[in-house]
Design a protein around this ligand. Structure first.
Ligand SMILES: NC(=O)c1ccc[n+]([C@@H]2O[C@H](COP(=O)([O-])OP(=O)(O)OC[C@H]3O[C@@H](n4cnc5c(N)ncnc54)[C@H](OP(=O)(O)O)[C@@H]3O)[C@@H](O)[C@H]2O)c1
Length: 321
């Protein structure tokens, strides 16, 4: 079986990571492309070898009317995901949405329910779940290797040159650092901690926007307290560069991941028992392959709409919404 995907938007992540991953992932094929500009869609289609005889679209309904199209990958700015996902689900297409899945709870619930009602899959693109080292650690943690997890710390920051990024303004963005890298940080903490830790009963945050006076978070520091008493700290920022790092502390062991967050599936991981060796795989191929298998096997994707919605709920709580 081949799943024909349409790429919705032609920006950085679509061009550099998602389209190449669709080309590489077994059972996936780039079929068509949507852009606000048909010429851009045509260039993107040619560059990535989209297979439809008429691959380039600037009208979403026209693209979705194609009976040979199976699924869409939504790689547009955050506030646009919901409307595009709803349109795709209503047209009977599976939806694989970039993180954050949506930007408010009502939209998220509507998207989950509409996909469920239409009998299509809804998955969220958390490629860090497919980092081979993180995956090995998470599996070990869930098998009890570290004992009950008591604490995690995640740090992912970068320095932006200015506030021109769409995430910094409310038109199509809802969060800045929390939208750019925050969803991954929160997802890793929840993935490692849950279900044992239960729900996040308390989330406190400090948000700073003093460098560019952006309406959105430039730096965010989150403290999470789970039902079983476990805790987590997350720092995201667009104001400064720092080593990307994740620390996992259990009652019977610990693990540190350094420079593992990013595009390439690399970095270094060590634990209380020494270095952890892992193969360097493209994590975007992993997430696309998983979505293909979810369609083929009629099972839930690695991160489904409910988990995507939990992630959005925590992002909203972080900014007091
Ligand atoms: N998982 C990851 O590793 C990862 C990494 C980066 C981004 N993302 C997610 O992917 C999505 C896209 O991020 P990106 O970094 O690729 O952004 P980007 O480079 O700015 O691209 C976004 C694209 O969306 C389209 N678009 C539609 N309306 C727009 C508007 N009003 N303003 C700007 N662009 C608009 C544009 O494509 P057209 O001109 O063709 O319409 C644009 O190229 C976001 O949700 C982001 O969180 C995920």
């Amino acid at each position: 079986m081949t799943v024909n995907f349409a790429m919705i938007a032609t920006g950085r992540i679509a061009d550099n990571q998602l389209a190449p991953a669709v080309t590489e992932a077994e059972g996936a094929r780039l079929w068509s492309v949507f852009s606000r500009d048909r010429g851009r869609a045509a260039e993107f289609s040619a560059r990535h070898g989209a297979a439809s005889p008429a691959p380039a679209h600037d009208d979403l309904d026209e693209l979705l009317a194609d009976p040979e199209l199976d699924a869409v990958i939504i790689a547009s700015p955050d506030k646009i995901h919901a409307a595009q996902g709803l349109a795709a689900a209503r047209a009977g297409k599976h939806v694989f949405a970039e993180k954050p899945m949506v930007t408010d709870r009502a939209d998220g619930r509507a998207l989950v329910d509409t996909c469920g009602g239409a009998g299509v899959k809804l998955g969220v693109a958390f490629h860090m779940r497919w980092h081979a080292g993180h995956r090995a650690l998470a599996e070990a943690a869930h098998a009890g290797r570290f004992g009950t997890l008591r604490h995690m710390r995640v740090n992912w920051t970068q320095r932006q040159p200015d506030a021109s990024n769409w995430r910094a303004s409310p038109e199509v963005g809802r969060w800045w650092s929390l939208g750019g890298v925050g969803p991954h940080c929160i997802d890793q903490v929840c993935w490692f901690m849950q279900p044992e830790a239960g729900e996040v009963k308390t989330l406190r945050s400090v948000i700073d926007n003093s460098v560019w006076n952006s309406p959105h978070d430039e730096t965010a520091v989150l403290v999470m307290h789970f039902e079983n008493g476990a805790t987590a700290e997350i720092c995201t920022s667009m104001q400064f560069v720092s080593p990307k790092r994740m620390e996992v502390y259990g009652e019977e062991g610990w693990a540190i991941c350094e420079e593992t967050f990013g595009y390439d599936g690399d970095g270094r991981i060590w634990t209380d028992r020494g270095e952890l060796d892992f193969p360097v795989h493209n994590p975007y191929v992993g997430e696309v392959r998983d979505f293909v298998l979810a369609v083929e096997e009629d099972r839930k994707p690695e991160v489904d709409g409910e988990e995507g919605l939990q992630n959005v709920d925590l992002l909203l709580r972080a900014v007091g919404a």
